[in-house]
Design a protein around this ligand. Structure first.
Ligand SMILES: C[S@@+](CC[C@H](N)C(=O)[O-])C[C@H]1O[C@@H](n2cnc3c(N)ncnc32)[C@H](O)[C@@H]1O
Length: 490
């Protein structure tokens, strides 16, 4: 939560792709992280935020309480073209779906993809569990369809584009396949007779029509784009070249052949961090890369709030290496292993890892590791915490007042130490001193060194007290806001 709040001022509306893989709430408390939402830190947080009622919560209630505010903030970070991808299994799928419907709106739902996580049978349950979900919600669902990318064809999928007349052809502009030229139903202007090169007369099969009107067919025929089979007697079909195929429309079935399974993911992390690493539940990079393929462009920022072993960063780096992209990632991890597992994996992937002929070359890139600050901005009574650096407070205030980050100046500016910046004719002042009450009065106003170029139309002044009358404030177009009462709390 703290990391999310810290990200908001800089990244609100800027993240194109959010991937989350939160605890699934299976009740398992024995992993390196606690999957039953019983981690002491989360319990402390619940107790503080939700209060005593939190003590009788069922597992599902606790999970919902943990997820709700985080998703609310995540949704604000998402850009207009952005989408949120949510890994979950059946333990919380129904709650996850309803929760997202509430936060993002039902209209933002795009798909519930089914990922085949196993390739071998699971015999422990009444019905073997072989899949998980990846839910997708888009900030502007109508345009998401036009903005999302197609999935690149892999060699297996491209294999169908074999020139039937020269199966060894490798040039994509000469590799083609014959696509059937019929469609279901009856459309009168698509029911014409076609005469083949050998004089054979073709009509659409029963219950079907041609997939285009005659004029279009004639154009394709003239362009040599109709295939009549080896002997020239087959029903016409349309020639489609591999070089014309931009990719496949994603679909909701994600088989392990395409995106990998959990075993592959475990082997992958073992090969990077060694088999003694304690992280049991990583996702595979191929799975995350599928998401990046669909949801990002070369400059996107990708955020993962439940980073675990850092798979998302790995997938971002690999995708960048593939298409020369400059995608950036933000990972958040709550456990102590943020440094030893999450960051360490990313470091190794960037620098290269493994010995001898098993050596894997580094993908390059860099990152900064931050820990959430020790001091919360507000104390338990809602007062500003004097231990927090004043510049941090000024940035926070500017954000809550809608002042763009680039308009914020340092406190040693020529106008006044309290001056934070101006935007749209409105100047923001933060008259604050730790442990001392401050007052908005004539003396304070007289000390402001605005000149003709910087003089604002309106002032917003934060201070502890105000001795100026309401009439004067209205005439001078000054809004007084009281510290801490009027400070917005995220
Ligand atoms: C299922 S794992 C994620 C695995 C990750 N996708 C990977 O590929 O390695 C969930 C992670 O979320 C972390 N986590 C749980 N609650 C959290 C919270 N409230 N804030 C941040 N991280 C949290 C856990 O410590 C754990 O590392």
């Amino acid at each position: 939560m703290e990391a999310l709040k810290a990200l908001l001022p800089e990244f609100e509306n800027r993240i194109d792709c959010i991937y989350i893989d939160p605890p699934y709430n299976t009740g398992n408390e024995n992993w390196v992280y606690n999957d039953a939402v019983n981690d002491p830190r989360i319990l402390r947080w619940l107790n503080k935020v939700v209060g005593k009622e939190g003590e009788d919560f069922s597992r599902h209630d606790k999970w919902l309480c943990m997820m709700y505010p985080r998703l609310k903030l995540l949704w604000r970070l998402l850009s207009e073209k952005g989408s949120l991808w949510f890994s979950i299994d059946d333990a919380e799928m129904p709650c996850a779906r309803l929760l997202m419907d509430e936060i993002a709106g039902q209209q933002s739902f795009v798909a519930a993809n089914v990922w085949q996580k196993r390739y071998s049978r699971e015999n422990r349950g009444a019905i073997g569990d072989a899949h998980e979900y990846v839910l997708v919600y888009a900030k502007t669902p109508k345009s998401f369809k036009h903005r999302r990318n197609l999935i690149p064809l892999d060699e297996k999928q491209a294999r169908v584009y074999r020139n039937p007349e020269n199966r060894k052809e490798t040039d994509p502009s000469k590799r083609w396949r014959a696509l059937p030229m019929t469609a279901q139903g009856y459309r009168p202007n698509q029911m014409y007779e076609i005469i083949g090169p050998n004089g054979t007369v073709h009509l659409p099969p029963d219950g079907r029509c041609w997939s285009m009107i005659e004029l279009e067919f004639l154009k394709l025929k003239a362009a040599g784009r109709i295939y009549w089979g080896k002997d020239g007697n087959a029903q016409p079909s349309v020639i489609r070249y591999l070089s014309e195929v931009n990719g496949l429309v994603p679909w909701t079935w994600w088989p392990h052949e395409d995106v990998g399974h959990t075993d592959e993911a475990k082997k992958e992390i073992n090969s990077i961090l060694g088999s003694g690493n304690a992280f049991d539940t990583p996702k595979g990079t191929r799975l995350i890369q599928r998401i990046l393929d669909i949801a990002t462009d070369e400059n996107s920022i990708v955020l993962d709030l439940f980073a675990g072993s850092g798979t998302t960063a790995h997938a971002v780096l690999r995708k960048n290496a593939e298409d020369n992209g400059t995608r950036r990632f933000i990972l958040v991890e709550m456990m102590d292993y943020a440094e030893t597992i999450t960051a360490e994996r990313v470091r190794r992937v960037m620098d290269g890892y493994g010995e001898g002929d098993k050596r894997v070359a580094g993908l390059g890139g860099s990152f900064i590791f931050h820990a959430v600050g020790q001091h919360a901005l507000f104390d338990d009574d809602g007062h500003l915490n004097p231990a927090v650096d004043v510049n941090t407070m000024r940035r926070y205030l500017a954000y809550t007042e809608g002042l763009p980050a680039e308009a914020v100046v340092a406190s040693d500016n020529p106008i006044a130490p309290a001056y934070v910046g101006s935007h749209d004719g409105r100047a923001l002042l933060f008259h604050y001193q730790p442990h001392v009450g401050t007052t908005l009065d004539y003396e304070f106003l007289a000390g402001l060194r605005f000149d003709a170029a910087t003089r604002p139309e309106r002032l917003v002044v934060y201070a502890d007290y105000c001795t100026l009358g309401e009439d004067f404030l209205a005439r001078a177009r000054i809004v007084f806001k009281k510290i801490p009462r009027d400070l917005t709390r995220l």
